[in-house]
Design a protein. Structure first.
Lengths: 188, 211
């Protein structure tokens, strides 16, 4: 056989097989093992800590407690408040209202006569569980018809504070914004 | 001269039997790891680290990255070993993690590539091929070897990552088409077609070395 025939034919496959022997020396695996052990330890610690957080007893309590608390809170909010009848609120003059609210005196209509919601036989179903409709006062005789609506937060059935507001028929029907709103700079 | 290789059925049977034994041994080790035996994972690491490193190295052509990514792949396998249900062989699952880790790395660093090559060990048939090439090119073997290695890696990196993966797994790692299809997540037909296309491209790039 000639020397030429002895020679191996070089193909893509034989060249690629050369790459099989591109490999690291034995020492490489020692450092590889050390590094790997360190990284695995790190991963183990990390995994444990995450597991502790996710399925640990504190998390379980938290995970179960929060929805339960939310449900209780929701039930409390949406249950109609069977509160005792609101104390009759009688404020004869705007000054009295001014004394007990944050609305400046000059913003309160002088003729406003606030009467108790009970006295006016108001429809109590209109009173939400968040606000109790205290009073509505209609004064057709005056130059402009005012309607005064007072709301008080349900939990505090006392004299209305800044939550009260005034609407007059004219402005609310035409412009949707009351004059009092504009004066007080309120945006309902 | 016939182009088809003679098929030795006894060898094929032995190989499949060996693979089945390996798979069952791996499964035992995996079950031990799943039940909390960390040392059993060391056995798997020692068993597969060189092959996994080889795959990742040939995909990246960078030995530092390959070492780092091989460790990362083993860590990923270790972290998610409880999710391994044994539907495929452990090595298929591990190689899939390795290939995906390497491909994600390549995708992240597609604008920052540089070679860092391992030394080619001159052994057996390799030495013979190198002799042939040195005689053909009338050059010194050492110089030829480094030039060939550089060109070979360049040609590999010119391939798309999909084609490169198939070439690495089939030609360098010697996996079957079916195993590659399982690892890559495509059909055997796709593996064959990718392999064919990749070889054509490599042939064009390496024509100076090919007879």
């Amino acid at each position: 056989m000639s020397g030429k025939q002895d020679r191996q034919k070089v193909t893509v496959e034989t060249l690629l097989h050369l790459k099989k022997n591109e490999r690291p020396k034995a020492e490489f695996w020692d450092s590889f093992e050390r590094d790997f052990d360190r990284r695995r330890l790190h991963a183990l610690v990390e995994r444990r800590s995450w597991r502790d957080i996710i399925i640990g007893p504190a998390f379980k309590a938290f995970a179960l407690g929060v929805p339960a608390l939310a449900l209780v809170a929701l039930a409390f909010v949406w249950t109609p408040v069977e509160s005792p009848a609101p104390r009759p609120l009688v404020l004869d003059k705007g000054n009295d209202l001014a004394e007990n609210s944050s609305i400046p005196t000059n913003e309160i209509i002088a003729q406003a006569e606030v009467v108790s919601a009970m006295d006016m036989n108001l429809d109590t179903s209109r009173a939400s569980n968040q606000f109790v409709l205290d009073a509505i006062q209609d004064k057709p005789d005056s130059r402009a018809r005012f309607r005064k609506v007072l709301y008080t937060p349900a939990i505090r059935l006392t004299i209305p504070s800044g939550a009260s507001y005034v609407r007059d028929n004219l402005s609310s029907s035409k412009y949707k914004v009351t004059t009092a709103d504009v004066k007080l700079g309120r945006n309902f | 001269m016939s182009l088809t290789k003679p098929v030795d059925t006894s060898v094929a049977f032995d190989a499949s039997e060996e693979k089945a034994t390996v798979a069952s041994t791996d499964q035992v080790l995996v079950e031990r790891v799943q039940s909390g035996d960390v040392a059993a994972f060391d056995v798997l690491v020692r068993k597969y680290r060189e092959r996994l490193y080889g795959i990742i190295y040939n995909l990246t052509s960078n030995r530092e990255d390959a070492a780092d990514l091989t460790q990362e792949a083993f860590i990923k396998a270790f972290s998610s070993i409880n999710r391994f249900r044994g539907n495929s062989a452990f090595f298929t699952w591990l190689y899939r993690i390795g290939v995906n880790t390497a491909l994600s790395h390549l995708k992240r660093n597609r604008f920052r590539r540089f070679f860092s090559l391992e030394h080619i060990q001159e052994e057996g048939s390799n030495a013979q091929v190198l002799e042939t090439l040195a005689a053909k090119h009338k050059s010194e073997k050492g110089a030829l070897l480094s030039e060939l290695q550089e060109k070979l890696n360049e040609a590999m990196q010119k391939l798309s990552s999909k084609h490169r993966t198939v070439v690495v797994l089939f030609e360098i790692e010697g996996l079957s088409h079916q195993e590659i299809a399982d690892i890559v997540g495509c059909s055997v037909g796709t593996v064959r077609s990718r392999l064919h296309y990749a070889k054509q491209q490599l042939q064009a790039d390496l024509k100076q070395f090919i007879d």
